[in-house]
Structure formats: structure tokens, C-alpha cells
Design a protein around this ligand. Structure first.
Ligand code: GLC
Length: 500
């Protein structure tokens, strides 16, 4: 594969010495992120092998392929008011969602950043943190509802769709135990526990009169919300996916193929299909096929879930800035990068030791915005990139340094987008979607797919290199599905027919 994106103009190439040691070394590092020819289709085949294994049985390291207990995709005509809770990564949102029944909705929401101390606290503290936020929201936006419930204890509770975007082994539409944490969370005593049940019990204790009717992965919500809101000229929505802090996807599978699913234990399931939360972040945890260079290895070792979600660690937003930081640290340790007096004064202490306070040496200090800014920067002096990175480094790198960083950033971004195509192509091929539908639609959400420059174009380019081919890709739309975790969760709560 070539390294630069087709959409990047090559009219304003910065004028620097391409034979310098720095430039040569940076090119070598960038090459470590280039996928071999033919890799994509091999990976798609491997993805489908692992997906079939996941549908047959649950193993600790395999693809989870979790039955969601959600079956019906919406028509756009659904109506009602619901509460949606959304815990996906750094933020917790509480929303009130009103479905208008004409593919539109309105939403009122309150978002808080989950403190790092809560992300590694205890189940008790974590649940109380969530319940506090729900209580605040209800007091602010549903005070009259709470009053009515006080007067009449038989008042119908408010139905809640709880988007909990971590691997959960679902046992019912509103029940499920946490398999493991991802995306930086590490609340040890929560693993194996029924999180929606624990939250429901806490909300009941507080007499809040809400009923968690559905626990939903964000990808399932995205699939539902895209099906509800998509423009009529798009095809049938077959995949809901997230490329944000983490990555994952959901699609619908005939129950007969989910051989690990015991239908007799779930009499409430009436449909012959069920949406599967693949947890594709865990594709190829054993690295049978995924590329694994020394920076990938380092990132993995620095995570709170080493050895798991290995696909995610090459593709999603939590990791791309960290990969780039590690490459810069490597070039710096070889005395090739950030060698100006200004840089040295910032990166070393007066005793000549490394300045641990610098973002350069602080794990996870740089998010995906850093490679994203470099990726799209076509100016001859790379001034937007310089401005952005100097906020992290407290000095301005030289043009030659900026060009080297850009080379690597683009390679990391391009690999991420190309790899994002693997499970998408896998699911389209496995479900024979192009044979069944004239047009196939993918609903996507997340900061990377929305904001990383050219990410969608690069995905499409990679899809065309699989057996779907350019002709197949012409029949596929990839559309941003806004707010799957809010609207989608509301739609799942609506689908759950019962109260308690
Ligand atoms: C992580 C979670 C998964 C979620 C994804 C996107 O991969 O394990 O449940 O869907 O991030 O938020």
C-alpha cells in the first residue's frame, strides 16, 4: 500500500533535506505501519473464521460475539419518551429522549467527565457515582414526574435504555455481567457482576421510579439509531459501528447461526434474528495475523488490559496519539529529534535528566487530535501542526522535525483506517449483504470516524481492496449515525416490552 492518502494534495511539499538521518529513520518507522499487499483480504478471512468460532462458543480470548437480545430494527415510526444513560468512555451522559415517530427526535442531556479515580474505584463507588448523576438529572428535568410518583406509587416508571459500552455477557435484554473492562477502566470487583442490576438496585433505594428496560452496547444503539434516522435514499442498515475512543460493531444474525445461544433459556425471544455485539476490538487477541511492531507492543504493555482488545489498540482513538508519542520518544532517545537548544531546555532538567513533566515522556498525554492535525496539514511550513504540538511540548519543533512526525502520523492514521475496513468487510461478506440488498448502509459514530481527516475515504479505499471490490463498495454507504447511545438506547428500551 502506498503511504500517503489519495486525498492529500502534494502541491505544497515542505522543502527539507530528505537524506538527513532523521528523515531516513522516520521513514523507516513510518514503514513499520504500512500493511503488506494482500494483508487486508487475509485479515478479513481470519476475522470471519474467528467470528464463526465466537458464535459457536464463548472463550476467554476469542471474539465475544455477544447476543444482544435486541431483534427488531426500527422503522422510523416509533414514539415515546425515554431516559437514556450513556457510559462509553470518558463521559457519562444522562438524556431524556423523545421519539416523534417521523424519523426525528428531540433530546435533552447532561454530560459529565468520569474522573480517573472513579474509573479505577470500587463497584460501590462507581454505581453511586452513576446514580448521583441520574438523580441530579431527574430533579432538574423531571421534577413533576417525581412528584406524581410520590403521590401515586403505582405510577408507571420511566423506561431507561442504558448504553454501557463494555463487553457484557447478556442474559436478558436488561441484564448482563461484565466480562472485562476496556478503554482505561479498571474497577476490579465489578468484573463478573451484573452492572445494570446493581444500578437498578441503587436507583430503587433512592425511590427514583425509573426502570432499566434495556442494557445496550453503543454499537447496537448506533445500528438502531441509524435505522431510525437515515435518509430514505440510503440502503438497508446492516452494521452499526463505533470508531471513537474504542472500536466495535454490531449486525443482525439468524438465531440458528448463533449456536452457543440456548433458545430454550430465553422464551421471551420471539424473533428468528438477533443483533450481535461483536466486540471486534478483541479480534485476533492472539496476534495470528495482526501487525505487531515494537510500538504496538509498548502501547499494549502500558494499557490496563494487556493482551486483550488487540485490534482496538491499532485502530481506535485512545491509541493513535500514544503510538505517535512512542515513535517520537524513540527518535528523541536516538538523538535525532528535538535537538534544538530550545527543545533541550524543555526536555531535560538542569542536571541533564529527562524532564518527566514533559508531555513527550508522559504516557497517554497526546490524544488522536495530534496525528489528526498532522495528517491533514498540507501547508508548506506545517504551521497548524507546529502550533498544535507546541501546546504539548512547550517549544516549536523545526520544520524538518515536523515533516518527520507527519510522515509517521500519516502512516499510523492510514493503517488504522485500512484496518477498520477488516471487520466491516467481514460482516458484509458473512451476511451476504450485497447479495440480499441493492444498497447496503453502515451507520458509524465516534470521534475518529467523524473527525479524523479522510478516515471515511481511507476506509472505503481499503474496502475496495478486499473481495468486495470497487464495484461492491459503490453500493455501500457509510453514514454518521448521530447519537446512537441516546436515541438507540431509547429505541431498545421501547423494544423491551415488560416492566420488572
Ligand atoms: C470498546 C468496548 C465496546 C464498545 C467500544 C466502542 O471496544 O469494549 O463495548 O462498543 O469500545 O465504544
Amino acid at each position: 500500500m502506498t503511504r500517503s492518502s489519495p486525498s492529500l494534495s502534494s502541491t505544497s511539499i515542505p522543502n527539507i533535506d530528505r537524506n538527513s538521518k532523521l528523515h531516513i529513520k522516520a521513514s523507516e518507522i513510518a514503514d513499520l505501519f504500512v500493511l503488506e499487499n494482500g494483508f487486508l483480504q487475509k485479515a478479513v478471512d481470519q476475522y470471519n473464521i474467528q467470528a464463526l468460532e465466537g458464535l459457536a462458543k464463548h472463550t476467554e480470548r476469542g471474539l465475544p460475539m455477544i447476543p444482544s437480545y435486541v431483534s427488531d430494527t426500527p422503522t422510523g415510526k416509533e414514539v415515546g419518551t425515554f431516559l437514556a444513560l450513556d457510559l462509553g468512555g470518558t463521559n457519562f451522559r444522562v438524556c431524556s429522549v423523545e421519539l416523534h415517530g417521523n424519523s426525528t427526535y428531540s433530546i435533552v442531556q447532561k454530560k459529565t467527565t468520569v474522573p480517573d479515580s472513579i474509573m479505577k474505584s470500587t463497584l460501590h463507588e462507581f454505581i453511586n457515582y452513576l446514580a448521583d448523576r441520574v438523580q441530579e438529572f431527574l430533579n432538574e428535568y423531571h421534577a413533576s414526574f417525581l412528584q406524581e410518583c410520590k403521590k401515586d406509587s403505582s405510577h408507571k416508571p420511566l423506561k431507561v435504555g442504558f448504553t454501557f459500552s463494555f463487553p457484557v455477557n447478556q442474559t436478558h435484554i436488561n441484564r448482563g455481567t461484565l466480562i472485562r473492562w476496556t478503554k482505561g477502566y479498571d474497577i476490579k470487583d465489578a468484573v463478573g457482576k451484573d452492572i445494570p442490576l446493581a444500578l437498578q438496585q441503587e436507583l430503587d433505594k433512592r425511590n427514583l421510579h425509573v426502570f432499566i428496560a434495556a442494557v445496550v452496547n453503543d454499537t447496537v444503539g448506533t445500528l438502531m439509531s441509524r435505522a431510525y434516522t437515515k435518509p430514505s435514499n440510503c440502503g438497508d442498515t446492516v452494521i452499526g459501528c463505533i470508531f471513537g475512543t474504542g472500536t466495535n460493531g454490531a449486525y443482525s444474525e439468524p438465531l440458528v447461526n448463533i449456536t452457543k445461544f440456548d433458545r430454550s433459556a430465553a422464551p421471551e425471544v420471539k424473533s428468528d434474528e438477533m443483533i450481535i455485539n461483536t466486540e471486534w476490538g478483541s479480534f485476533d487477541n492472539d496476534l495470528k495475523i495482526l501487525p505487531n511492531n515494537k510500538y504496538d507492543n509498548q502501547v499494549n504493555l502500558n494499557t490496563r488490559n494487556p493482551g486483550f482488545h488487540m485490534f482496538e489498540k491499532r485502530v481506535s482513538g485512545m491509541f493513535l496519539g500514544e503510538l505517535l508519542r512512542l515513535c517520537m520518544v524513540d527518535l528523541h532517545s536516538q538523538g535525532l529529534l528535538f535537538t534544538s537548544p530550545e527543545a533541550k531546555a524543555e526536555l531535560f532538567t538542569t542536571e541533564g535528566n529527562i524532564n518527566n513533566q514533559s508531555d513527550l515522556f508522559t504516557p497517554w498525554s497526546m490524544n488522536t487530535a495530534v496525528p489528526a492535525v498532522f495528517h491533514s496539514d498540507n501547508t508548506p511550513d506545517l504551521s497548524p501542526s507546529a502550533k498544535h504540538i507546541s501546546r504539548h511540548l512547550q517549544f516549536t519543533p523545526t520544520l524538518e522535525e515536523l515533516v518527520s512526525i507527519q510522515l509517521i502520523a500519516r502512516s499510523i492514521g492510514k493503517r488504522a483506517a485500512a484496518m477498520a475496513a477488516i471487520p466491516l468487510a467481514g460482516a458484509i461478506i458473512h451476511t451476504r449483504a450485497l447479495e440480499k440488498h441493492e444498497k447496503v448502509d453502515i451507520g458509524a459514530d465516534g470521534s475518529v470516524v467523524e473527525n479524523y481527516p479522510y478516515f471515511q475515504e481511507m476506509i472505503r479505499e481499503a474496502l475496495a481492496q478486499t473481495s468486495l471490490g470497487p464495484k461492491g463498495v459503490e453500493r455501500i454507504t457509510l453514514g454518521i449515525a448521530k447519537d446512537g447511545s441516546g436515541v438507540g438506547a431509547a429505541l431498545c428500551a421501547l423494544e423491551a416490552k415488560e416492566y420488572h
